[in-house]
Design a protein around this ligand. Sequence first.
Ligand code: UD1
Ligand code: UDP
Length: 352
Amino acid sequence: MKIVSVVGARPQFIKAAAVSRVLRAKPGLQEILVHTGQHYDENMSDIFFRQLDIPQPDYNLEVGSGSHAYQTGMMLKGIEDVLLKEKPDHTLVYGDTNSTVAGALAATKLHIPVAHVEAGLRSFNRLMPEEINRIVTDRISDILFAPTLTAINNLKNEGLEKNTVFSGDVMYDSVLFYREMVVSGGKKYMTAGLPASYFLATIHRAENTDNPENLRNIFLAFSQIGQAVVLPVHPRTARLLKTEVSIPANVIIIDPVGYLEMLWLTMNAEKVLTDSGGLQKEAYFLGRQCITVRTETEWVETLHDNWNIVTGQDPDKILEAVRSAKPQASQRQDFGTGSSAGIIAETLLRLR
Ligand code: UD1
Ligand code: UDP
């Protein structure tokens, strides 16, 4: 059986690391990896392949940055060429980026079954490009691997339950697998030169970066936290920091880091402030309270007992959440058992 997996953006490398490892251990299963080139900086792409031992892509389409239409269109064409040549039994796509929707659309038009990992997530906010990508991808996919029961329900509400499989969350697989490496590595994955006590922040979503007022409000809140805020900066945000905000003295901007360094930073943070989907979950898995500077979250399972507080961009709400008590209750097992990749591989093999 041959599977073409399509990845392109940072969180997809982390998801694919878990799944590729299991797929490639299955006898009779061949995986061809396509990198669209959506992310291409060393520390947004290559570092993950190296660090997480992901096989080098068989194809790199080198699409790079551009408008949604440009990027998706170029990917469609490149992925179609690969699919025509490789003739796989399935195409595997991850998450909700432009690389996801391009992979799904190219494959389904060639009548190649599409499997979507992290299906069924909904913010119910169609202003988010990711929401459009998710809706389209789920609608045209043949197998929907849902990470949570909320995702299953969302798919059911859209009449898609027939194709749905509860897999659990592959990012949970990755955290469980790599956490041991980070813990046993001692200081190996510690980023040098940072204070012992800090809040960890990441900001990159369009609703925050493309809206200068939101960006300024978030940094205003950061400036009043009264402790260091370490911010590994996404290149999209880095460009704007030069023009749209003045960086408060307590905010330490660092380059994007590798996944293992990021796990270390998360495990050792006071709290996490973010608009990232992946980091909200990692904070939860690693027992760190998260403050989500968006108006909604798809990961509603993280909200119980104030493990994740959704504040929007209002500085007062952000600061209130920063000062709130840390959760006392334990996290729940809502994201599967850490064996999602195995469920995905077994399901695909059964469909052979
Ligand atoms: C994309 C995804 C988003 C995901 C994020 C993960 C879409 C629509 N969005 O957003 O869902 O959360 O990836 O990080 O697919 N850039 C660089 N170097 C790089 C990559 C990007 O400089 O290696 C800069 C470019 O200026 C580019 C901008 O970042 O225009 C945005 O990159 P893009 O891939 O279009 O979207 P992200 O914001 O990364
Ligand atoms: N991440 C990383 N280095 C960084 C910032 C984030 O390895 O400097 C990881 C983070 O731990 C998580 C993933 O990238 O696993 C999340 O990706 P991102 O926030 O870019 O996208 P999203 O999850 O919002 O789609």
